[in-house]
Design a protein around this ligand. Sequence first.
Ligand SMILES: Nc1nc2c(ncn2[C@@H]2O[C@H](COP(=O)(O)OP(=O)(O)OP(=O)(O)O)[C@@H](O)[C@H]2O)c(=O)[nH]1
Ligand SMILES: [Mg+2]
Length: 459
Amino acid sequence: MELLTDEVVTAARERHVRLAITGLSQSGKTVLTTALVHHLLQSHKGRSLPFFEPAAQGRILSVKPIPEQCSFTFEQALAGLTQNPPQWPASTADLSQMSLAIHYRRAPGLGRLLGETATVYLDLIDYPGEWLLDLPLMHLDYAQWCQAQALLWQQSPRAELSAAWRQRLAQVDWFAPADDALLADLGHQYRALLQTLRGPDYGMSLLQPGRTLLPGHDDPEPLTLLFPVIVGVDDFSQQVPKNSALAEMKRRFERYRDELVKPFYRHHFARFDRQLVLVDCLKTLNRGEACFKDMQQALGEILQSFHYGQHSFLRRLFKPRIDKVVFASSKADHVTANQHHNLDQFLGLMIEDAQRQLRFDDIETQCMALASVRSTQAATADMDGQVLSCLKGYRKSDGQLVALFPGEVPTQLPEPNDWTDERFRFVDFAPVQLPTHDLQPQQHIRLDQMLDAVIGDYF
Ligand SMILES: Nc1nc2c(ncn2[C@@H]2O[C@H](COP(=O)(O)OP(=O)(O)OP(=O)(O)O)[C@@H](O)[C@H]2O)c(=O)[nH]1
Ligand SMILES: [Mg+2]
């Protein structure tokens, strides 16, 4: 009896929460993880996170990193943001973790019977949303995947860009013995295509396989050069010689699915408790209709993964336990404060259908706009006697100090003619220098509200 009581008390004194932070590339994951840890490490001072209840109530006693569990290069990312001139962190392409022990005093009430103080062990896991886009592969065989991809690659701009690559596919005899050098070459060309589509000229999101685009450090090369045979094979159901190029591609697909995708879900995804999904709504608005629609479709696919987790065979296999997903529109400092509410709403509209499905699965969801490192200041301008809300900050592209009217965030999804008149031109900003000490609430936008929404109930 005594032993049981001790166990209960220990369990109540120490709680573990794995918070996953994902989003497509450049959505702001690394900046958010860095800023969050920086603010949390100083949260016992009770200053910079006024809407994170335990910090605001002065109940955080100490926060310490657990170095042996950290693969996230926090010091390096923070050094970039605190140096003069500050700089944004470099792009990251793998999964990394930062672990903190947060020692706190319990709120007055019943819980205090279990001891005045307790510890929350918080793991923050930053991983590419692109990897989540591989989830549907778990339900497909190679033929089905190729057929789905063939439809996608018929659409613009994929069709025009891939013309030369498709021509090369058409020249291959897929039933003849595999030529490894040729398959590797086609794989490299396909990766380059994915990278171009993701790059600044196109800004596409729905790009598969995620690890051909963004290989993890330990991923073996032939697997991450996987591509779909979208021309040159009319009938996948016919008998294929074992040593043929097509049989080799099928084998690679199966290994990719079983050795990369499934272990990611088993070892990581299935063990997350809470999930934060970052979305750069403003960038997609800037880039126009094709990019916006593609991002919406990619988000829909990503959000499916939470749904799969709850109900499909994955549930039986991995018993996922994510019970809350917060969607955040990042870089809210690119618009004026009176647009933040619109940004919350707009993100809600973008993912409306997927969100409904999550609620149906009893997963709590919430949408909010935030900025991890607020890099602009509010300003006003007088235009023909009218006072306009503006932003002041250093433009990312040339480092110039600018004051500008960034424009409004729509409260409805844009109609086709909204895209033609270059209505959206949100500007990117360089970071302001973060202090190493004495952090203040104005150095972020709603980071504390997000924190309270995702893990507040653990304290
Ligand atoms: N103004 C502003 N810009 C931000 C903020 N967070 C991110 N950014 C911008 O977004 C870019 C990408 O941020 P990262 O945190 O590196 O994004 P990521 O999702 O980790 O990107 P990958 O590692 O490439 O997947 C930065 O270089 C900044 O330009 C923010 O809070 N405010
Ligand atoms: Mg990153």
